[in-house]
Design a binder for this molecule. Structure first.
Ligand SMILES: [Zn+2]
Length: 250
């Protein structure tokens, strides 16, 4: 067991130029504690892996070819792109397809790299905390991606090119749970705890009240009704995506 650092000063930096609107990246904290900063580095690294694996998921899962065959000449995966001729549900299905790829990738990284990473093992109290780092990174990616549009949940998800963030986190966690299997539910719970810890800190960071905590836990762990709709549609489209896939094992 490592001792928790007793004194920690957090230095807050604001890198906005005067007229800039507040951006996610414009305010950041650096701690006096080297351990805290290293942990932050790890969360950022895992978050980047989640994002990059998601984009590679689009490339390898046949989405480019699918979109070309459905009349698109210039393809953008940017959020809110309304130029697409493909309906929003199909676009959203591609997002959860890419998220599934990302979830599988991040699980393999977790197993093969993070759990045995000597540097992080020297800092954390036990291995459970490594699972929590993955949860933190996951929530940072999805909540922050949608924070500007207040996009955690929405009444009209079909108006958007991307699924609501709560649906994506819930489905991402479902993929991980399936991968782990029942006997590793304890590890999965640690990842869920990481998601919750990140969310608490995001609210603190933006100096707003912590929203309804029970509802938040239900959002990420309960059955996501809109997610069910997307999964149904995903089952239909997956075969066609797979026929355009570059993945050698499909
Ligand atoms: Zn995407």
């Amino acid at each position: 067991m490592k001792e928790e650092p007793k004194y920690q000063t957090i230095h807050k930096f604001d890198i906005r130029s005067v007229k800039d609107e507040e951006k996610m990246s414009s305010l950041f904290y650096i701690s006096d504690s080297i351990e805290t900063n290293i942990i932050t580095d790890y969360i950022a690294m895992i978050a980047m892996k989640i994002i990059i694996a998601h984009e590679i998921g689009h490339l390898l899962s046949g989405h480019i070819e699918y979109r070309k065959r459905h009349g698109e000449t210039a393809i953008s995966f940017a959020m809110g792109n309304t130029m697409s001729q493909i309906n929003n549900t199909t676009l959203q299905v591609m997002e959860i397809d890419a998220d599934e790829f990302s979830a599988c990738h991040i699980m393999s990284v977790l197993e093969s790299e993070l759990i045995n990473d000597q540097k992080i093992n020297k800092i954390v109290f036990d291995k459970n905390q490594i699972y929590r780092l993955v949860g933190c990174a996951l929530q940072c990616v999805f909540y922050l991606v949608g924070i500007k549009n207040n996009y955690w949940k929405t009444e009209e998800p079909q108006n958007y090119t991307h699924p609501p963030a709560s649906t994506r986190v819930s489905l991402f966690l479902d993929v991980i749970r399936k991968q782990f299997g029942k006997e590793r539910d304890k590890d999965w719970i640690e990842i869920v705890k990481g998601v919750i810890i990140a969310q608490k800190n995001i609210f603190a960071y933006y100096e707003t009240d912590y929203d309804d905590a029970i509802q938040f836990v239900f959002d990420i762990m309960g059955i996501d009704e809109y997610g069910k709709v997307l999964i149904e549609e995903w089952r239909v489209l997956k075969k066609e995506f797979a026929s355009y896939s570059n993945l050698p094992f499909i």
